[in-house]
Design a protein around this ligand. Sequence first.
Ligand code: MGD
Ligand code: MGD
Ligand code: SF4
Ligand code: MO
Length: 683
Amino acid sequence: MFTQDGYQVTRHICPRNCYDTCSMLAYVRNGRLEKVTGDPLHGYTRGKLCSKGYNYVKRVYSPERLKFPMRQLGRGSGNWQRISWAQAMETISEKILELKDRFGTALPLCLNKYSGNFGVLHYAVEGMFNSLGPTTQARGSPCWSAGLDAQMHDMGASINSDPEDMLKAKLIILWGVNPAWTAVHSMPYIYQARENGARIVVIDPVMTQTARKADWYIQIRPGEDGALALALMKLLRGGNAVDWDFIRCCTTGWPEFDRQLAGECIDELANRCGQDRQVLEELAAWIGNSKPVFIWVGFGMQRHVNGGNNIRQVNALAALTGNIGLPGGGVHYAHPLTGLFQYRFLQDQPENRYLNINEFAFELARTGDPPVKFLWVSCRNLLTQDVCSTLLQEQLKRLEMIITVEQFLTPTAQYSDIVLPAATQFEEVDLVPSYWHYWIALNEQAIQSYYEAKSDLEIARLLTAALNERRQGSSNFPVGLSAEELLEREFSPEAYRKLGISHWSELAGGPRRTTAAVTAWSERSFATASGKYEFMSEQDGAEQSGFGQRLRPGLRPDAKYPYWFITSHAQQGLNSQFHNLESARPQSCWEATVLIHPETAARKGIADGKKVKIFNDLAGVVLRAKVSPDTPPDVLVCHQGWHPDGEYGLNALNGGTLSDMGELSTGARGIAFYDVFVDITPA
Ligand SMILES: Nc1nc2c(c(=O)[nH]1)N[C@H]1C(S)=C(S)[C@@H](COP(=O)(O)OP(=O)(O)OC[C@H]3O[C@@H](n4cnc5c(=O)[nH]c(N)nc54)[C@H](O)[C@@H]3O)O[C@H]1N2
Ligand SMILES: Nc1nc2c(c(=O)[nH]1)N[C@H]1C(S)=C(S)[C@@H](COP(=O)(O)OP(=O)(O)OC[C@H]3O[C@@H](n4cnc5c(=O)[nH]c(N)nc54)[C@H](O)[C@@H]3O)O[C@H]1N2
Ligand code: SF4
Ligand SMILES: [Mo]
């Protein structure tokens, strides 16, 4: 904390699930947050934020923010009654103990927490749950797990280079990623790389804002990136672009892989991914002639039934051309920098019962003996973000008590019995590791809590105390330790060494970069069992994840539901967050729109700006049409989120098809969010 121009200035981290994990400065006068800016000392975000970040003051003081604990008389009735924290804790702790007594176990208690806030101290929620005995918990990730597994299979771990390594690239391929919206701070590196002479290719079914900036945009058929990568490899193999030194020194499984490659047909592959052969030949020439090639594979491309396998093909393309471990080259997905911290209060509970977070509705339906009776929702908006939302709502109906800890009255909060108001990052101390860059910063406290909001950590402590008051020994969650004391325990000597500090409080002076190498795998020794890049993976679980089977075809629409429904990430929202703020969003994003190709619109009699119904056997949603050549004729696009004024039930159309991987990295398979098939009609 320091003072400047009469302001008290504190350091913060944006804790949203975002590549950028920005470092921010908060300016406070007379106890009120007046301004938020980027922190110029942060080497990746360099003093800038996205528009959402600049809007934090409005978010913190939004009249829509939850101020007090509230109880709803009749779930979904809207009949809310303000209660005190003491009353809330009394009701909740009594219910927890009653359920434990009734069933003789804590398994009827269920936790579903994910990405609303990725702060280290927010894992207090899991810690508090684990202290109750074996409970039921949602596990896995709706976000990135298939891609993480792909990296683990081929390289033993998911590690990406520092984004600044892009500056050394000759060719950058942005493959199923839309950084102009989803990782804005990476764009300056991309532009700088271009100034240094690099060419930029974007591969995406949709002409995105990122694609508009590229030298070459390739419109691919959804789910067929593996076919494209294989075709490129075959062309590069036939030409003279194989890096034999890399293959000999640093890989295993090449002969088998090469044999399979020989069996593939370029024209069939080209047909599969929807490209002319000349396009493939030219792209192969770009790749073959422009080492180093920096490939960024996004989360978008793995949201398909074969998503993990498609990323494995892209990995193989980079390995075959010897780009992996090369400064300015490689395949980059993400890295869990969480490894820097210890998460000590987690107190792993080996007997927990885990439900796949991506099959939560089905899992609730089939889980018996004992059934789930109580649900604690934290950092989640289940009813907008999870698939099969109609079934989910039905399953929620059967529960005896639902508690949601939230900042806003989301659809999920509206479907709860008690909502507890959560603090923002300006009202608490924390740390938030990035999954893309290598900087670590401290989140200080800038202001007192908004009305009666509390951090997830404080709430975990309150509940522990309430439980122990009613029954000694109910929970051993560390109530006596302050946030600072808990942070102290998070840092190992190794973490201090990597950050070049001797105490975490030094982070108050500015963010630090870890000592991680700028170029991932630069030693060219991999984290696999063999220590090599594995063209063919023999790890556990590899069999079901596609071992020995290079190409996994994607799903296709059929005559009944002839369109893909791609619901990728929005510019002005962060998943279900931000669109709800009346005061902070541009008018243009008050309502969700669906992009429809002009030919499809004409065929269906749909005019620009008119309401349309998107439907399949599961549900129908009404959206406003935006006729646009940016999307192919067989793809409809609506950016996901929670739009309180309009339709937000996009995931009611999603039947919950899983993606091919995810178990290795997160304990559960990922979800094929973008393999959803629909039809469209004027509403
Ligand atoms: N159709 C479709 N659906 C998708 C996706 C898609 O591409 N298409 N993407 C998926 C992906 S990648 C993800 S990561 C998920 C994300 O979905 P969720 O995990 O549900 O995450 P968010 O929507 O970011 O945030 C959930 C809630 O957390 C609340 N929150 C914020 N800070 C705090 C806090 O400190 N404490 C508590 N208790 N709550 C807080 C916010 O107000 C917000 O309502 O959505 C998935 N859903
Ligand atoms: N502004 C903003 N930033 C965000 C988020 C947000 O909601 N808004 N969410 C954050 C989170 S939780 C996440 S997971 C990331 C996600 O950010 P990204 O990694 O960029 O992922 P998506 O937006 O899901 O999809 C990226 C692109 O993949 C394309 N795509 C879909 N299917 C395919 C395919 O089969 N092949 C190819 N090649 N491309 C395909 C989509 O059309 C889309 O343009 O962004 C984070 N940052
Ligand atoms: S949403 Fe992402 S880009 Fe925007 S301020 Fe937060 S971390 Fe930065
Ligand atoms: Mo995500």
